[in-house]
Write a protein that binds this ligand. Structure first.
Ligand SMILES: [Zn+2]
Length: 420
C-alpha cells in the first residue's frame, strides 16, 4: 500500500480526535518528555502537529535523532496541519536539478513515484520538467532496529491485510493487532535491511474504526493503527421453527467448535502456499451464499455471519486443494458433516464442510489441484453444496480475496524497501 495514503488515513482519524481535544483544552503551550520507542512522527501525530512544526519549535538539527528524556515544546495544536477531512501528509519542498525525472527524484529521496505524482497533482510523469521545485512527503522515522514499518492503509471487514517491517538486524519481531497476536515471518535480506511480514485478518463483524497495531523488537515498540472499513454485506433474517432450532444442539456444536478452534490456533512456521489460491471447485457452479452474509435468527440481533463461501453443486462433484499444505483433519463431524482441513502454514487453514466422500488422510501433503473429496450434504445441510472457509489466526476471512491476491502481496512488501 502507498505510504501517502496510509499516512493520510491515519492523519484523518487522529485529527478528528485531536482537534476536539485541542478545542477542549485551549491552546496553552505544552511540554513533552520523550520516552523509549517514540519518534518525532509519533509525537507529532499524538499532539496533532506536523513534524516540521516540532522541528521548528525545538530547533532540532536531525529529525531522526531524539533522545529519551529530551524535553520538547509542543507548538499550538493544529500548527502545520490543515484541518480538513483530506489532510495531506507532512510535506517538504525540494528544488529540482537540471534533467530531473520523476523516477530519478523517487530514487534520490526514496519515495514512491506515484506518491509524488499524487502530492503534486501530476498526472503525466514528464510534466515535472516544467516545475522548479516539487513536494515530497515526510516519511515517519522509527527507532532502531526499525528501518521501516508499513501496513495496509485500511482493511475492509472480512479482508486480510498485511503488516511489514524492515529491521537493521535479523531479530524476530512480535506484534499485536487489536486483541490478536501477530506472527511475523522472515522474508529476506535486501539492501534496505531484514524484511519481515505478518497477516492482519479481520472478520466480517469486526467493528469499523481504527484498530491499534503495535510491533516490537525486544523493548523497542512502534505504534500505528489500521482503519477497519465497513464492508457491504447482506443480512439474512432466518426464522427457525422450534423443531429445527433443537436440531442445532448447542452442546454438540460447542464440542465440535472446540476441536476446530484448537486446530486453527496452531501456527506451523512454514508458509506452504505460493501466489493466489485456486478455486476448490470447477468454474460454473452457482455461488449460493457468499462469505460475510450476516445472520439474525428469529428476529434476534446479528451476532454471526456466514464464515465461508458456498457453491451449489451435485453430490460427487470433485473438490480440489486450493493451495499446497498438509491435511490436519479428515473426518465426519456432527454439524459440519464430512470435513477436511488443510494447514497452509503460518496460521492459515482451508476448511471444507458437508463432503459426501473424503479422499485424503491427516498428515497427507497436498498440492494445488489435488482431489481431496466430493461435494455432499452431510451434517447440518439442506442440499448438496461446498462450503469453503479460510481461517487466519482463527478468524474466518473472505476466501475469495485469497484467490485474487498472492499473500503477502507485492505492493506491501515493496513499500518497505523505501527506507534504509
Ligand atoms: Zn456455507
Amino acid at each position: 500500500m502507498k505510504r501517502g495514503l496510509q499516512h493520510c488515513l491515519l492523519a484523518t482519524f487522529l485529527l478528528l480526535c485531536l482537534i476536539t481535544a485541542a478545542q477542549a483544552q485551549g491552546a496553552a503551550p505544552q511540554q513533552h518528555t520523550v520516552i523509549a520507542g517514540e519518534t518525532l512522527a509519533l509525537i507529532a501525530e499524538r499532539y496533532g502537529v506536523s513534524v516540521a512544526a516540532l522541528v521548528a519549535a525545538n530547533q532540532i538539527a536531525d529529525p531522526n535523532l531524539i533522545i529519551v528524556g529530551q524535553q520538547l515544546t509542543i507548538p499550538a495544536a493544529g500548527a502545520g496541519v490543515v484541518p480538513s477531512a483530506f489532510s495531506p501528509p507532512d510535506v517538504i519542498r525540494v528544488p529540482l536539478r537540471p534533467g530531473d525525472t520523476l523516477s530519478r527524484i523517487a530514487r534520490r529521496y526514496d519515495v514512491d513515484p506515484t506518491e509524488i505524482m499524487a502530492l503534486n497533482g501530476i498526472d503525466r510523469p514528464r510534466l515535472i520538467e516544467l516545475e522548479d521545485e516539487i513536494l515530497l512527503p515526510v516519511l515517519p522515522t522509527y527507532p532502531r532496529p526499525f528501518l521501516a514499518f508499513t501496513h495496509s492503509a485500511g482493511i475492509v471487514q472480512g479482508q486480510t491485510g498485511v503488516a511489514a517491517v524492515t529491521l537493521a538486524n535479523p531479530e524476530q519481531p512480535g506484534g499485536q493487532f487489536g486483541e490478536q497476536t501477530l506472527h511475523f515471518v522472515y522474508r529476506d535480506k535486501t539492501r534496505a535491511g531484514y524484511r519481515y511480514w505478518a497477516l492482519l485478518p479481520t472478520g466480517a463483524l469486526a467493528p469499523p474504526g481504527p484498530r491499534p497495531l503495535t510491533v516490537w523488537v525486544g523493548e523497542t515498540r512502534v505504534h500505528s493503527s489500521v482503519p477497519i472499513l465497513a464492508g457491504v454485506y447482506e443480512t439474512q433474517y432466518i426464522v427457525l421453527p422450534p423443531a429445527k432450532g433443537e436440531l442445532l444442539q448447542p452442546a454438540r456444536q460447542r464440542n465440535e467448535l472446540e476441536i476446530l478452534t484448537q486446530i486453527w490456533s496452531t501456527v506451523t512456521p512454514e508458509k506452504q502456499w505460493r501466489g493466489p489460491f485456486r478455486f476448490p471447485i470447477a468454474a460454473g457452479f452457482l455461488s449460493t451464499s457468499p462469505y460475510g452474509v450476516r445472520r439474525s435468527y428469529n428476529q434476534g440481533p446479528v451476532r454471526s455471519f456466514h464464515e465461508g463461501t458456498d457453491w451449489s453443486a451435485a453430490q460427487g462433484t470433485p473438490i480440489w486443494a486450493p493451495a499446497a499444505g498438509v491435511v490436519v483433519l479428515a473426518e465426519m463431524l456432527d454439524v459440519r458433516g464430512g470435513g477436511v482441513i488443510i494447514d497452509h502454514g503460518l496460521g492459515v487453514y482451508s476448511n471444507f464442510w458437508h463432503l459426501s466422500a473424503i479422499d485424503v488422510q491427516p498428515g497427507q501433503r497436498v498440492q494445488p489441484g489435488d482431489e481431496i473429496g466430493d461435494v455432499g450434504t452431510t451434517g447440518l445441510s439442506t442440499g448438496a453444496h461446498l462450503h469453503w472457509e479460510i481461517r487466519v489466526n482463527g478468524v474466518a476471512v473472505d476466501p475469495l480475496q485469497w484467490t485474487t491476491l498472492g499473500f503477502p502481496y507485492a505492493p506491501m512488501i515493496a513499500a518497505t524497501e523505501k527506507a534504509g
